[in-house]
Design a binder for this molecule. Structure first.
Ligand code: SF4
Length: 470
């Protein structure tokens, strides 16, 4: 197992992990390599080509400005939305990119803007549908340096020639982990031999990288960013950017829920988690600061189900801060264990396997996290993850206008409820079940492989073509 909880949950910006965060990270990696090779001085121009899904839906997914920002060395994990907006406004006004501006004191300023990006939507590079090629050019227009990257989902990137090791996968790739696993079967075997829970196995592996206190601090920080994301959305009215004129519903729903349910009656749990999912996804759709979980398009599911856990779990109202912190950590760790399996055995990229890989994986992860903190056995946690994934199989990716809005925003709310239901069903049983998590994840992979490419984040099929944009 080489994927960490902090690979799967990362702070970033919306609207898409594969189409915004990944391309920004790839462009920044290219710029950093150029700088490290001492090649900045001779750079007089740039060439950027986008392939497949990035070219087809990049306009609605914020890919083009993300590439420009990345070339300046901007890090999606650290930049604030206002800072990013200011940098992009400057680039648009001047028509010039300051290559490596965030990485050194002497950036190279070259003429380059969104119209210069070459789009090749019908060309799919062999490694992955989300391909990018960057070149730095000399005065004669000849390439000084050239790299090809792939954005493989969840903000993960690969550099051509280095496919075995994702560029940005954190130190976990080299760490010695006590309980390595890539399948549900291996994970359950570790819980049986060690007596640990699924969250406990994941924590032991993470502890090979970081001190336990730091792991818990970072997990709590992720939860706080999720909360801030939701709270920010509740303050913002009007319509979402992109031209579809999709109205932000979260603030109005919030006002109505506060009137209808001032005392948090448990009968309204579903309305509240719908609201949290909607809020996070509206913030994501507007380019706000979100936690990739495990992708941006699916970023509302885990915050919504974590909200359920921290508000409706037995005794939640009287938890101490330390107890709540422990619950949050266990939730993230169990969810991440399932995320590892989805990523290792299938994919979390909508461009590769459709929405089942994004929303399906997030729903499955959330079901595992909730079952863990509700006291489920490892077998019940695995069962919950399996149920949630099984009932998201076949989900296509067909965003209208190539924007991460319709069906994505509501889909997160529906998938959050599925996760809660999956946890409840698993907790009613004893953990034994017909279809294993490994079998359902393999089915997701094969279904994704068979799915027509027009249903895989190209906005060329499904709702994207059957609903007329106004
Ligand atoms: S339909 Fe699903 S996979 Fe496609 S952009 Fe929306 S959330 Fe992501």
């Amino acid at each position: 197992m080489a994927v960490s909880v902090f690979d799967l949950f990362r702070v970033g910006i919306g609207p898409s992990s594969s189409h915004t965060v990944g391309p920004m990270r790839a462009a920044a990696d290219f710029a950093a390599r150029l700088l490290a090779a001492g090649g900045l001085e001779g750079v007089r121009g740039l060439r950027v080509e986008l392939f497949g899904s990035l070219a087809a839906t990049g306009r609605g997914h914020g890919t083009f400005p993300a590439v420009l920002a990345g070339l300046e060395g901007i890090d999606p994990e650290r930049v604030l939305p206002a800072e990013l907006d200011a940098a992009l406004a400057r680039i648009e006004e001047t028509g010039r990119v300051r290559v490596c501006a965030e990485l050194c004191d002497a950036p190279r300023e070259v003429e380059f803007g969104i119209p210069d990006i070459v789009l090749r939507p019908l060309t799919i590079l062999p490694t992955h549908p989300n391909g990018m090629r960057f070149a730095a050019l000399d005065a004669a227009g000849e390439p000084l340096a050239e790299e090809t990257y792939f954005s493989v989902g969840g903000g993960f990137i690969l550099r051509e020639g280095n496919e075995a090791a994702e560029v940005d996968r954190i130190e976990s790739a080299v760490a010695e982990q006590p309980y390595p696993f890539a399948t549900g079967g291996e994970l359950l075997a570790h819980t049986r031999s060690s007596g640990l829970s699924i969250a406990g196995v994941m924590l032991a592996n993470e502890a090979a990288l970081l001190p336990e206190d730091e792991i818990r601090d970072r997990l709590e920080h992720l939860w706080r960013v999720m909360e801030a994301c939701k709270d920010s959305a509740l303050e913002r009215t009007g319509v979402l950017p992109g031209g579809l004129e999709v109205r932000r519903r979260a603030p109005e729903w919030h006002r109505r829920m506060r009137e209808r349910d001032p005392d948090r009656d448990p009968q309204f749990w579903q309305e509240w988690i719908n609201l949290v999912a909607l809020a996070v996804n509206e913030e994501n759709a507007s380019g706000g600061r979100v936690v990739t979980a495990p992708t941006n398009g699916a970023a509302g599911i885990i915050p919504a189900v974590l909200f359920y856990a921290t508000h409706y779990a037995p005794g939640a109202a009287s938890w101490s801060a330390a107890e709540k912190r422990a619950v949050i950590a266990d939730f993230f760790l169990a969810a991440a264990a399932v995320g590892v399996i989805c990523k290792e055995q299938a994919s979390i990229s909508g461009a590769e396997v459709g929405c089942q890989g994004e929303v399906g994986s997030a729903s499955s992860m959330a079901a595992a996290g909730l079952t863990q903190v509700l006291g489920g056995t490892p077998e019940q946690v695995e069962n919950a993850a399996e149920i949630a994934m099984e009932h998201n199989l076949g989900l296509t990716c067909d965003p209208i206008g190539g924007l991460v809005q319709i069906p994505c925003i509501e889909r997160n709310a529906i998938a959050a409820s599925k996760a809660v239901n999956a946890a409840k069903m698993a907790l009613m049983g004893d953990g034994s079940h017909w279809v294993s998590l490994d079998q359902v994840v393999a089915t997701m992979r094969e279904t994704g492989r068979d799915m027509h490419s027009k249903y895989k984040e190209t906005a060329m099929g499904g709702l994207a073509v059957n609903v007329v944009e106004c």
